[in-house]
Design a protein. Structure first.
Length: 234
């Protein structure tokens, strides 16, 4: 696992690095840690094969949110976590699909629970579902699946490249994908929470798609999204 820390405060960077190393030792993980002093450093020489980036939100030269937006343009898979003293930045994190937010100062206790969630998400990167139509079977990687749409007795799987149509029910799809962080925003749509970019009023923006959130499901949907992003306690 390869992790980057982007933090202008050496003391804070070293504390986070210590938490990561202690977790890795306890769970027998091999982890490579890279440290950058500001957003310019990591965006100008972006490392290969990063799994997680920890961004301090407030930094001189280039802040963490600006750097995260630049990185997200060409790396949709890396998990982004923001380090901040201010909980209001959690809302801005929707735009870059932030995986979590850690309030400073980071402690080993809070970090352990946080990193357990990240490891589960990394494990889901290669998960897939199979969709059968006619005599063909297609394999759909979950990280490419924006949402599933109910259309009568059929389901439409909307991905980055195409739409796959198959016989099925959204109820069964919801059960199958519950542990992969898919949640219904209304009667007809099952949304990949990992690909939500923002929510405005009664609309959830999932990649290039704008989907309606029903009034009856909005409270539960927003709770599921907040829980997924790790902001329920904020």
């Amino acid at each position: 696992m390869r992790i980057a820390i982007v933090e202008d405060d050496d003391k804070a960077a070293n504390q986070l690095k210590k938490c990561i190393q202690h977790y890795a030792t306890k769970h027998q993980l091999t982890i490579d840690i890279l440290v950058f002093n500001d957003g310019v450093q990591i965006t100008s020489a972006y490392p290969d094969n990063l799994d997680i980036i920890y961004f301090d939100v407030q930094m001189p030269v280039m802040d963490g949110m600006t750097a995260a937006k630049k990185i997200r343009q060409h790396d949709p898979q890396v998990l982004i976590v923001f380090l901040t003293n201010y909980v209001q930045y959690a809302i801005d994190g929707y735009e870059v699909q932030a995986a979590d937010f850690l309030l400073k100062p980071v402690t080993e206790f809070s970090f352990s629970a946080h990193f357990d969630k990240l490891r589960a998400r990394i494990g889901n990167h290669d998960r897939f579902v199979t969709v059968k139509h006619g005599d063909e079977i297609d394999k759909i990687i979950l990280s490419d699946l924006y949402y599933i749409e109910s259309a009568g007795h059929y389901l439409n799987y909307h991905t980055k490249d195409k739409v796959y149509k198959t016989i099925g029910s959204l109820k069964n799809a919801s059960k199958d994908l519950a542990d992969a962080h898919f949640f219904r925003c209304n009667y007809g749509y099952l949304v990949n929470l990992a690909l939500v970019t923002s929510v405005s009023s009664n609309t959830v923006h999932v990649g290039p798609f704008d989907l309606q959130i029903s009034r009856s499901r909005k409270k539960d949907f927003m709770a599921a999204l907040a829980n997924y992003l790790g902001t329920a306690e904020l």
